[in-house]
Design a protein around this ligand. Structure first.
Ligand SMILES: Cc1cc2nc3c(=O)[nH]c(=O)nc-3n(C[C@H](O)[C@H](O)[C@H](O)COP(=O)(O)OP(=O)(O)OC[C@H]3O[C@@H](n4cnc5c(N)ncnc54)[C@H](O)[C@@H]3O)c2cc1C
Length: 393
């Protein structure tokens, strides 16, 4: 790694990815070590897709929320190229891109996300904004009485079921508003709704589901959709359904030269250093941290930026490893703000409910669903980009 005394000038930092982790890392480096690093962002997509908005976008006419990465990189004083990282040569400290360009690095930050895969065969897999039109079609069929019962199914091992809760609540609200008679069911392996956020939050979410007429079936492990449309459960039981909607299971991205676990995820130490690869760091959904969430991706990116800044001579605070899961659940009369702290294995340690907004330094506004120390305030200053098709995936 180039140090503060390096005669060759600022350290070359490559950041691969264009999601919350990559953008947070770029903004954090800009804030912490502007003179000491030169950042190049490489993303397969020209836009930062605000995936958490996909649930509400399914129920209104707003275009997909996304931000122009070139403009963000310009603001961060970074170079930007649309390309795909294909291979890392750790001994040479260089990478190969899809375009066959080779780039050298002093530090490499990987934040290329995960690959969504179908978790429940036969179900509609809601990946992100790419499925908005499917949900719009589904609700119009329910409204028209062509479908009667929709089941939202949380697959076993899903670390972030919140989007399905939102879809269930928003569907039920939509049906109430239209005076339509469809039935909405949410099936999950969890014992209580959104149980990672603790008992108090779970009770509140359970009340909200009940009030909206969403039937919650817990401790059930959805398997697949049968020919007649019914959802089969691991217990051997089946649940009648006209349509089943599930979230995907995630798989790691697999980049040549980067070791992964059996599911393709990259293992790091607590500060984001990739096991066995000097000066290579990883953040976000592509890592083996069990919970995949945008706010966590940003926290991991902050630690990496602090570490790179410090190794290049910037005066930064001692990094404090903390995993805080924050969420804003939409679908009721008001958003519900949820917060829990996780240990290094992703297990909840403390949980609490916040009725207004986050008061622990996070400037969460009514639109935000992902909290990043640098990302959230920055996005307040930016207008979303004009809608483009989401092509990578
Ligand atoms: C419907 C939905 C709702 C959600 N709700 C919330 C929420 O309320 N709060 C929250 O915090 N999180 C939420 N999440 C999770 C959150 O969106 C993800 O955890 C987060 O996007 C992960 O960020 P990331 O930077 O790791 O990866 P991603 O956001 O997936 O970004 C990966 C980026 O890398 C690029 N890329 C891929 N391969 C390459 C390559 N080889 N080279 C270069 N670039 C590459 C992609 O184009 C993309 O830009 C939600 C997710 C979904 C789908």
């Amino acid at each position: 790694m180039a140090s503060a005394t390096s005669p060759s000038g600022p350290a070359q930092v490559l950041i691969a990815g264009g999601g919350f982790g990559a953008v947070e890392a770029m903004l954090a480096l800009r804030a912490l070590a502007p003179e000491r690093v030169r950042v190049t962002l490489i993303s397969a997509s020209p836009v930062l897709a605000y995936k958490p908005a996909a649930t509400t976008e399914s129920f209104d006419e707003t275009p997909p929320r996304m931000y122009d990465l070139q403009a963000i990189a310009d603001d961060a004083g970074a170079s930007f190229r649309v390309d795909r990282l294909e291979a890392v040569a750790p001994h040479d400290h260089s990478v190969r891109l899809e375009s066959f360009a080779f780039l050298d690095y002093d530090a490499l930050v990987l934040a290329v996300g995960a690959r969504p895969a179908r978790a429940i065969p036969g179900a509609l897999t809601f990946r992100d904004q790419r499925e908005v039109n499917h949900i719009r079609h589904l609700t119009s069929e329910l409204r028209a009485g062509k479908l009667h019962r929709v089941v939202f199914a949380v697959p076993h091992g899903c670390s972030w079921p919140l989007p399905l809760y939102e879809l269930a609540l928003l569907t039920a609200t939509h049906l109430q508003e239209w005076g339509a008679a469809g039935e909405v069911v949410l099936v999950s392996p969890e014992s209580t709704p959104l149980e990672v956020f603790g008992a108090q939050a779970s009770r509140l979410v359970a009340d909200l589901l009940a009030e909206r007429g969403v039937r919650f079936i817990g401790e059930s492990d959805p398997q697949s959709v049968e020919h007649n449309g019914a959802l089969s459960l691991a217990s051997g039981e089946t649940l009648e359904a006209d349509c089943v909607v599930a979230v995907p299971e995630l798989r790691g991205p697999r980049i040549t030269g980067v070791p992964t676990d059996r599911w393709g995820f990259v293992t790091t130490d607590a500060l984001g250093s990739v096991t066995g690869l000097p000066d290579v760091y990883a953040a976000g959904d592509m890592t083996s941290f069990p919970i995949k969430q945008g706010g966590l991706a940003a926290q991991q990116a902050d630690l990496i930026a602090q570490r790179i800044a410090s190794e290049n001579g910037a005066a930064v605070k001692e990094p404090r490893v903390q995993h805080v899961l924050r969420a804003r659940l939409i679908g009721g009369p008001h958003p519900i703000f949820l917060r829990t702290e996780l240990d290094e294995l992703g297990q909840a340690t403390t949980a609490n409910l916040q009725h207004q907004s986050f008061d622990d330094g996070g400037s969460f506004t009514s639109l935000e669903k992902v909290f990043g120390r640098y990302l959230t305030p920055y996005l307040h200053t930016r207008e979303p980009a004009l809608s483009q098709s989401l092509t990578d995936g």
